[in-house]
Design a protein around this ligand. Sequence first.
Ligand code: C2G
Length: 151
Amino acid sequence: MTTVVTYGTFDLFHIGHVRLLKRLRDLGDRLVVGLSSDEFNSVKGKNVIIPYEDRREILLSCRYVDDVFQENSWEQKRDDLQRENASIFAMGDDWIGKFDDLQDVVKVVYLPRTQDVSTTELKTVISEIQNEKIRQIQSLASHLSRLIEKL
Ligand code: C2G
């Protein structure tokens, strides 16, 4: 049984996450995800949109994920890997080199990220759509107030 372990926030679950999880699952027989708690995301400097329990349920509904545990600190990985009897620790390559110290207990793998999609980009697109709607409402409001002045 080859267990693969990875970590992440997985906020606003998107195709980049799906493609990574599929590739990770293909590395072994079992994929377990260390999912960052809402509190740990504050430590990571991330403002999550989707709360932990929902992010966990979404991950567990993904066919490539076999189990999820909570990530609460940077320091817990070594204990997690031993508890899960992991053979492989794998992350997207934006983390390349950052976890090589774990090579004494597992095989450490970094896989290419999916280009042109990220939670940050999704947040930007959503706020741009919201801003456009606000501009349209403001324009309509000023048009209406001009009409009312003419009455
Ligand atoms: N990812 C990807 N392609 C994207 C976006 C993300 O392959 N377009 C990968 C990242 O490289 C990461 C995983 O998906 O391996 C989860 O990404 P995040 O939710 O952003 O996780 P991160 O904040 O990097 O947390 O202790 C490790 C941290 O918890 C990792």
